[in-house]
Design a binder for this molecule. Structure first.
Ligand code: APR
Length: 273
């Protein structure tokens, strides 16, 4: 491990302060889930008929809910068949060692942190979660577990009448929607734990960022907040990105270049030794 990195981690370990971990699609890449902006990324490939980012909008859902569901159920099937990797498992170790000093903010809807063993209570899914649905008309029926739909699907698997019946809101008879944050929507506390994530950032002594390109708003707010308040900042990513720049522009910052499965176990070991 690089000298400067082990120094930063030793200081944090000595301080017994709070650690905030912020993850993106990169931590699940080695579990076989495509990232969004990588070569085979979801926003690069998208669906046959629509521009990728069009699919992830409320506007598209209002005009063509079946097409949006067809695409999400394909993505959910990819998530369902993936397994947590060493990167996910290292963060479970970190939570076990730190207890309430640990908070995990994830942009991933894949549920792999939960399946690896991180607690629901300390994990904020700020872009939603594939395991839940809610009423598309927000009729008040609230969040429900994803119905047991057939989840062995390809991009072209049509939505069946049975799927559609299961995706009907019991409250108003309208469509249920995936519990995910779409591009034409805003973060909030009720659905996406925005305030909780920012509060955790204010209290953090270390911000550990893993596998994100910094393309979205709330994660960058968290990064800049940490930078402004002098929180130690470590970024794990094989590629340069805005969080690596933030880390390299502060004294207690380090760009730990590399894959999550290679870098996270040693970082967690250094933080918990
Ligand atoms: N380990 C660590 N990082 C990796 C790995 C790996 N094995 N493989 C790729 N990465 C990095 C890439 O270099 C890139 O910086 O992961 C990042 C993935 O970036 P994106 O595809 O943009 O995904 P993410 O940052 O999570 O996107 C944020 O955008 O579209 C929305 O809702 C979507 O949650 C998503 C959000």
């Amino acid at each position: 491990m690089e000298e400067k990195l082990s120094q930063i981690l030793a200081e944090v370990r000595g301080e017994t302060g709070n650690v905030l971990v912020l993850t993106g699609a990169g931590i699940s890449a080695e579990s076989g889930i495509p990232t969004f902006r990588g070569k085979e990324g979801y926003w690069v490939v998208g669906s046959r008929n629509y521009m990728p980012e069009q699919m992830a909008t409320n506007a598209m859902f209002r005009t063509n809910p079946a097409e949006v569901w067809r695409w999400y159920l394909y993505r959910f099937s990819v998530c369902r068949s993936a397994q947590p990797n060493e990167g996910h498992r290292a963060l479970v170790e970190l939570e076990r060692a730190l207890d309430d000093r640990f908070t995990l903010v994830t942009q991933n809807i894949d549920g792999l942190h939960r399946r690896a063993g991180n607690s629901e209570a300390r994990t904020y899914c700020i872009h939603g979660d594939a395991a839940w649905v809610r009423c598309g008309a927000e009729c008040g029926a609230g969040k429900k577990p994803l119905p047991d739909l057939q989840l062995i699907r390809s991009k072209d698997t049509p939505l069946s009448a049975d799927d559609q019946a299961k995706l009907t809101c019991s409250g108003c008879g309208g469509w249920m929607r995936p519990h995910v944050l779409w591009f034409d929507e805003y973060y909030d506390e009720e659905n996406y734990r925005m305030d909780s994530a920012l509060r955790a950032a204010q209290k953090a002594r270390l911000l550990l960022v893993v596998g994100t390109s910094g393309a979205t708003n709330l994660p960058m707010q968290i990064g800049r907040l940490a930078w402004r308040q002098g929180t130690a900042l470590v970024d794990v990513n094989p590629e340069p990105n805005p969080f690596a720049e933030l880390a390299e522009s502060c004294d207690r910052g380090f760009f730990a270049r590399g894959n999550a499965t290679a870098r996270l176990p040693e970082i967690v070991k250094a933080l918990t030794a």
